[in-house]
Design a protein around this ligand. Sequence first.
Ligand SMILES: Nc1nc2c(c(=O)[nH]1)N[C@H]1C(S)=C(S)[C@@H](COP(=O)(O)OP(=O)(O)OC[C@H]3O[C@@H](n4cnc5c(=O)[nH]c(N)nc54)[C@H](O)[C@@H]3O)O[C@H]1N2
Ligand SMILES: Nc1nc2c(c(=O)[nH]1)N[C@H]1C(S)=C(S)[C@@H](COP(=O)(O)OP(=O)(O)OC[C@H]3O[C@@H](n4cnc5c(=O)[nH]c(N)nc54)[C@H](O)[C@@H]3O)O[C@H]1N2
Ligand code: SF4
Ligand SMILES: [Mo]
Length: 711
Amino acid sequence: MGEAASRVIPSTCWECSAYCGSLLTVGGDGRVTKVAPNPASPVSRGAFCVKGIRALPEATYQEGRLLHPLRRLGERGSGRWERVSWDSALDEMAARLDATRRRHGPLSLTGAVSGAAFSRGPVMALLLRSLGSPNWMINQDLCGGCRAVSDRVTGTAMTGGEDVANAACLLVVGRNPAAADPPQWIEIRRAKERGARLVVIDPFRTQAAEIADLWLRPEPGTDAAIALAMIRHLVETGAWDRGFVERHCHGFDALAARAARYTPGHAAALTGVPADDIERAAAMYADGPACFLSGHGIDAASNGVQTFRAFHALVAISGNLDRRGGNRRSKRPPGFRTWMDLLHDPRFRLPEAVANRAIGADRYPLWAGPLGWQTACHNSSVLEAMLTGEPYPVRALYASGVNIAVMYPDTRRTLAALRSLDFLAVAAHTMTPTAAQADLVLPKTTGLEEEEVALNQKVPCVTYTAAAGPPQGEARSDLDIAVALLDRMRALGAVAHEFLPWRSRDEFNRDLLGDSGIALEDLRRDGFAEFPYALGDFDRQVFATPTGRVELHSTLMERFGLDPLPDYVPPLDRRAVRPDGFPLRLQTGMREKTYHHSRFREQAWARKVSPDPKVHVHPETAAAHGVRDGDWVSIETAGGRGAVRLRAAVTDRTLPGTLTTGVGWWLPERPAPEFGALEVNVNAALSYTGPADPATGSVDTGSIPCRMRPG
Ligand SMILES: Nc1nc2c(c(=O)[nH]1)N[C@H]1C(S)=C(S)[C@@H](COP(=O)(O)OP(=O)(O)OC[C@H]3O[C@@H](n4cnc5c(=O)[nH]c(N)nc54)[C@H](O)[C@@H]3O)O[C@H]1N2
Ligand SMILES: Nc1nc2c(c(=O)[nH]1)N[C@H]1C(S)=C(S)[C@@H](COP(=O)(O)OP(=O)(O)OC[C@H]3O[C@@H](n4cnc5c(=O)[nH]c(N)nc54)[C@H](O)[C@@H]3O)O[C@H]1N2
Ligand code: SF4
Ligand SMILES: [Mo]
């Protein structure tokens, strides 16, 4: 073990989508003794956070980590388990999935994973497709799905490519980088120091808002009106890029006509932001190069795609697309395959008739099924199928790397759906409220134990995560589990297609690298590989839309009966007559520095830093409700199925009448199987069946009418 045998290897943290470069000190026994930032990483340039330094090693080496497969004893959720071998776990999983397939058909099998931002996304999708099912659930309807679909139909292909370092103006909308993306937060402050102007649009006074040159504070969910008024301003003042628009955009006149309705006065009335400030924001943005940074605050909403369409159109007509200091389009080394490519690869395509039956593909074709962004299905509809058998039965689920019982809205409904299944397997690191409902729990490798190769969206480079040492206990990677499971399914005659051709992670990663000229060995040595790229190469890297142009007027949206032009769609709490008794409005999802969603709630240091689920309440609202700072309060939403108990933080950072909270709370020390997830988890109070974005099927995680009482 001795110190003498220690070595330092470059890697990449994958605990969040910042993908910081790291340096791992590994002892002779393969244990990581230290995680430090890698100053050479072009992605993070030496930035890092406590989750990478502290939470990841603790998640890997902590007592209480799941180290062996577990098989349920007694009733589902009874909390009684027996340790079994991998062979017996996989034999049972194969037999149970096969029995379900024989009884209800292959479409009754489904998977759940976070999405194609990690290799486990395509692995899950291709595993299910190999078994003949197009159904796999992703988190993204609740995360970045609206911006992704807008980006795709508009043809901007720019999510992630913010060139903060070279921008003269930064437009930060619905994003809280100080908590959610430490490297980006450092970059923003650096840009500000060198004189870049910062415009922040956020109803909450974030750290970014505090240092902004101009802070617009809209009523939640009304941002599209600001974007359209900014477009109008650019059109009126001639500050749009005529050359780019004429050569590369489709539908400018129609957009201009739509935006003409959004005079500063009208937008001010809709958003609560003074008309002068909207005009000032537009003028500052027009004086570019300007970079648009967006986040969850305007995503995951029933008007999310339209809001993003307005901002994406603004980026395009101002000439900031794929321009130095603007928003870079996604770049790649020729010959490199991304995880997303695997999802759309003709080699791995299900027969059309099967693919089209993905749950939700009929209602949300731009989201679910073969034409959808990630070809996944529509989660809430899948839960409904589990509960009702409509449109067809979904009877077995394999969930990996997601804690859906906590992270999907309407916890009671999700738990009921999980309990109704004939078979549930969950791969996880700890016994979560999701894993606690399983028939089989499979121990998963962590980000210190798996080798991963990824195309970075923020900085044009390929990043590398090292398998620093052997997995603890018997933990296995998603690919290893899938390969071993498919071997057994094949022996049972249950494999419909050979869509998972890789036997090992090494083979998989080398296939991604393809003939890009980047070797796995180079990545192992450096932890990343930058590659050359060109900006503004519009003739070579074409716009992937039906017209081959940036579609300000979207022909795809039109084809599917959706409004082809961006517009302001009122947020949920303004759309209908407000239901009686819900006078306040709830915003969820505020990120905390210590936690990644529902992760790390078992770690003592993190609980010490952030012991309780907080809700920010404006002093006037608190006084009107008899609530003092630090009091526990109970919150219910219109359309929700239960209350959540949170601790009030009284502050004027939030708007009067707007309650702002985080997400992901559960208490591992509380009794199984819910571990407090019905009490302190905000999703216990939300609905997953309310109004949904017509393109993505996303429900609102903000702008939700609610009420609060002390206690
Ligand atoms: N520490 C930590 N970091 C994380 C995560 C984590 O759990 N913990 N999660 C990661 C993941 S998966 C994601 S998706 C990202 C999310 O990270 P971000 O995209 O930065 O999202 P949030 O941190 O939720 O910040 C959203 C901001 O939008 C504001 N907002 C809310 N409603 C509105 C609105 O209607 N209009 C406008 N303009 N603003 C609004 C909120 O006040 C808040 O400041 O963070 C990633 N990083
Ligand atoms: N109301 C509301 N709901 C939300 C949100 C919100 O703002 N408001 N945010 C949404 C967003 S943006 C997102 S991204 C989702 C997040 O939803 P999830 O992805 O379900 O959230 P996590 O807590 O990160 O769950 C990850 C689980 O996977 C395990 N895990 C961690 N790392 C690995 C790994 O490397 N491999 C595997 N196999 N497992 C791993 C962890 O043990 C943990 O239990 O939640 C969404 N839900
Ligand atoms: S911000 Fe923290 S958790 Fe996210 S990748 Fe960087 S070190 Fe890891
Ligand atoms: Mo997310």
